[in-house]
Design a protein around this ligand. Structure first.
Ligand SMILES: *Cc1c(COP(=O)(O)O)cnc(C)c1O
Length: 385
């Protein structure tokens, strides 16, 4: 098998599993209890919180564990809307956000908030001037992703943070793809809230965190007990949190080496595919993109058919985002970059890890060339062309 869908999820690293296992079997105490078994869990959660705070240069009590990226996005946006509604009811986001952000914004629109969805250019970048022009006296929140999960484009987060700070508007960023792949200093970037998820960086599924800067009066999201300083109730997912911490520690330790290798493989793959397969184009920014992301459109081909044929060769890929696969709608991200419906339908996302090799890239190029010409021979559109 060749696994090229690391933007959908990653393999849990063996060292992460090793770190987690004792917290199922031996140290199973509830972190909220007084005896030493519970203490063991409490200390493990504290340690994970410290590692994660350190990884984005913030303080441990600004980190709140959640059940993943989707929950963190929901919490940040809904709670900010609620907390700042007396100041205004306008939110700015972009057209290429993950559905965890877009659908949350649409929900708020039904509850009396107004949302501006910024356009992006053909590379998937928002325009700072357009963002500035969209700001109104009643704007309370800007939520723009750090890097896009489909096309890998990295947004101008520093500029967005500066603008938000200057205008006194909260800035939330969905960093689920960026965290672990790119260095992030939340303080320097003027980020007020940041979402991340364990399973995108070789950690376990179902755990993530939300960073909330000191002084931001975003309230509680899950009501119940006093866990996470009363802001996110529910018995701590101790093994998950330990795994998230171990994954963060590992990701920061190997980041330079990992991303250097991925960039070499990514650029090799892009270069060969563009050269050897006709009528194929790269989506997303050529250089300002995630180290592991390759996204291409193949004219006269359905992405879904490519996926099925790749799967028969043992290659795992995606036609966009895992959340939209199964639906026939073309990717909202690709449409926002100006692609036509059929160009967007013929897209393929290959997302690498440091475990991939150059030999695997060669196999993928060869298989894809064969698949593309076979599918095009069957395509009436291609024949007409
Ligand atoms: C995967 C992903 C999410 C959702 O995270 P989960 O932990 O799977 O809920 C949100 N945003 C982006 C950009 C993602 O890639």
């Amino acid at each position: 098998m060749i696994y090229l869908d690391n933007a959908a999820t990653t393999r849990t690293a063996p060292e992460v599993i090793d770190a987690m296992l004792p917290y199922f079997s031996e140290y199973y105490g509830n972190a909220g209890t007084v005896y030493s078994l519970g203490n063991k869990s409490r200390n493990a959660v504290m340690h994970a919180r410290e590692i994660i705070a350190d990884s984005i240069s913030v303080k441990p009590d600004e980190i709140f564990f959640t059940a993943g990226g989707t929950e963190s996005d929901n919490w940040a946006i809904k709670s900010a809307a609620e907390a700042y509604a007396s100041k205004g009811r306008h939110i700015i986001t972009s057209k290429i956000e993950h559905h965890a952000v877009l659908h949350t914004c649409q929900y708020l629109e039904k509850h009396g908030f107004e949302v501006t969805y910024l356009d992006v250019d053909s590379d998937g970048l928002i325009d700072i001037k357009e963002l500035e022009a969209a700001v109104r006296p009643d704007t309370i929140l800007i939520s723009i992703m750090f890097a896009n999960n489909e096309i890998g484009t990295i947004e101008p987060v520093k500029e967005i943070g500066e603008l938000a700070r200057a205008k006194g508007i909260l800035f939330h960023t969905d960093a689920v793809q960026a965290y672990g792949q790119l260095p992030i200093n939340a303080d320097e970037l003027n980020i007020d809230m940041l979402s991340a998820s364990g399973h995108k960086l070789n950690g376990p599924k179902g755990v993530g965190f939300l960073y909330i800067r000191h002084g931001i009066k975003v309230g509680e999201f899950i009501h119940g007990g006093a866990q996470e300083r009363g802001r996110r109730a529910g018995t701590e997912n101790v093994p998950g949190i330990v795994g998230m911490g171990a994954a963060a520690e590992r990701a920061m330790r190997i980041m330079n080496e990992k991303t250097a290798k991925e960039i070499r493989l990514r650029d090799y793959l892009i270069e060969r595919l563009l050269k050897e397969i006709p009528y194929c184009r790269l989506n997303g920014h050529r250089t300002n993109r995630l180290p592991n992301n390759v996204n291409l459109s193949f004219l006269y081909i359905e992405g879904e058919s490519m996926l099925i044929m790749l799967d028969m060769k043992g290659i795992c890929a995606s036609s966009g985002s895992a959340c939209t696969s199964g639906s026939i709608d073309p990717s909202h991200v690709l449409l926002a970059t100006g692609l036509k419906q059929d160009e967007a339908r013929g897209s393929l996302r290959l997302t690498l890890s440091e475990e991939n090799t150059r030999e695997e890239m060669d196999i993928v190029v060869d298989e894809l060339s064969g698949i593309a010409s076979r599918l095009r021979r069957m395509s009436p559109l291609y024949e007409e062309y």
